[in-house]
Design a protein around this ligand. Structure first.
Ligand SMILES: [Zn+2]
Length: 461
């Protein structure tokens, strides 16, 4: 049988090594992988990938598209279109939104939104907290890819938004994790200890600190590490597969690694922002450089990058959390009032490739940490995560630029690109040429060729 697409003469990036190869695609799947293109069945369309790298499509394990009433910031159409132009072929949406995905009803209405609006495959986390334990098995049965919780009480005045998302005490956390362990799914935890942050913030604000570095100092590494220690204890007590979200602290990374060496099913995710930016050089960006956990000192960033390159961090999420420029600036230049979150969805692959250019990372580790591990940890490894026969044809073709180019936030595609100004100081050395998503040419010639409704809700079932 003929293939629908053949990709010819590329460099296939596999976790175990790069090699020359050609790929035949049929029925949305990778049908053939051969060394010489003449061994491929004929195809209706041929893509010449000579001199190009072919990565497995990025699986972004941490995204906040939100949609619904927040669609002015991002909806599943704009978000997935931006994603696919940046080499992401699957994304996992976090449960927090106006109607959090922590009840079956809210979860199912998000599934409808994804099915209607997404152009690539989207999986949904369910919210888990001390107040929605009954919903956890229902959400699992409805196909949640995993669960998410915060180690803090609901934000005062926003209790509805935080319903089913908070496990404030260690006792609460153990209850939540015991419940999730029964489902066989994962729990992703936002680890920051609120009491340490409250104390530090008070001290720093009393001295009129109002710079990015002051905000970063108000949420010290210790606040993350202490919460990670709690997560490790609860993982040990319950056997629940645990992922520490957006690890920004080298200390946390080491603790997770040690726990894993002792046999615990616990894993670290990070965001490329923490592998790139440091807390000391961002003052001019004010609230545009605010996310939580915050940026760390350069020495910590270097340790994280090294750990990432050694496999101590296994997952990569963009933590895309868009706010408009007006929202980021609403309170003048007070760093303390700006909302937390950066619209970095489109930068993951390019900024990782930047680290390769700096000799701090290999192409192979990118394939491992953005696709293979994610598929494996979330039970998707039969269909996604690797360039292998029988898996979904989710592929990114990347070209190395002759000379590095500056990022320009205005060229991004997400709705809140105007608040992505912190990336403009960086140069990148690679470019996504085209993306294939489930066998369709999804992005090519700087055009997104997919439409709303072509993505699927990716169920864990
Ligand atoms: Zn997040």
């Amino acid at each position: 049988m003929d293939n629908s697409i053949n990709i010819l003469n590329g460099t296939l990036v596999l976790p175990e090594g790069c090699r020359r190869g050609s790929i035949g695609i049929n029925g949305g799947k990778i049908e053939q992988i051969v060394e010489r293109p003449c061994a491929l069945s004929p195809a209706k369309k041929n893509i010449d990938a000579t001199g190009r790298l072919i990565f497995p499509g990025v699986i972004d394990s941490h995204v906040h598209i939100r949609g619904g009433i927040f669609s002015y910031r991002e909806d599943f159409t704009s978000g997935t279109m931006a994603a696919v132009a940046a080499g992401i072929t699957t994304l996992f949406e976090m449960p927090g939104c106006a109607k959090p995905a922590s009840t079956l009803e809210n979860f199912l209405s998000r599934v409808d939104e994804v099915t209607r609006d997404a152009c690539i495959d989207v999986a949904l986390y369910g919210g888990a907290g001390a107040d929605n334990l009954d919903e956890i098995p229902r959400l699992a049965a409805a196909g949640a890819i995993g669960f998410k919780t915060f180690l803090m009480p609901p934000v005062v005045g926003r209790e509805k938004e935080f319903y089913g998302l908070c496990s404030a005490s260690s006792g609460d956390l153990e209850k939540v994790m015991a419940c999730i362990a029964e489902t066989g799914l994962t729990l992703t935890i936002h680890c920051e200890e609120g009491s340490i942050i409250a104390d530090k913030t008070k001290q720093i604000r009393a001295k009129d600190g109002n710079r990015v570095r002051d905000f970063c100092a108000s949420r010290p590494e210790e606040a993350e590490a202490r919460a990670v220690a709690r997560a490790i204890c609860a993982a040990k007590a319950t056997g629940c597969r645990t992922i520490v979200a957006h690890v920004s602290s080298a200390e946390s990374m080491k603790m997770i690694c040690q726990a894993q060496e002792k046999g615990l099913d616990i894993h670290a995710e990070t965001c490329v922002n923490y592998l790139t930016f440091d807390s000391d050089s961002m003052d001019e960006y004010g609230g545009f450089a605010r996310m939580k956990p915050p940026f760390r000192i350069r020495n910590c960033v270097d340790q994280l990058v090294q750990g990432y390159s050694e496999g101590k961090i296994e997952l990569t999420g963009s933590d895309h959390a868009p706010f408009t420029r007006e929202e980021k600036c609403k309170s003048g230049n007070s760093i303390w009032q700006a909302p937390d979150g950066l619209p970095g969805l489109e930068l993951t692959l390019l900024l990782l490739l930047r680290l390769v250019e700096q000799h701090k990372l290999t192409y192979e580790m990118i394939a491992q940490n953005t696709a293979e591990n994610t598929a494996q940890l979330f039970g998707l490894d039969k269909i996604k995560g690797r360039i292998a026969r029988g898996r979904d044809a989710d592929l990114v073709i990347v070209k190395k630029l002759r000379t590095p180019e500056y990022i320009n936030h205005q060229n991004l595609r997400c709705k809140c690109r105007e608040s992505a100004i912190i990336y403009d100081d960086l140069t990148v050395s690679h470019q996504v040429v085209s993306t294939i998503a489930r066998g369709r040419i999804a992005y090519s010639n700087e055009q997104v060729l997919l439409q709303a409704g072509q993505g699927r809700f990716l169920s864990s079932k």
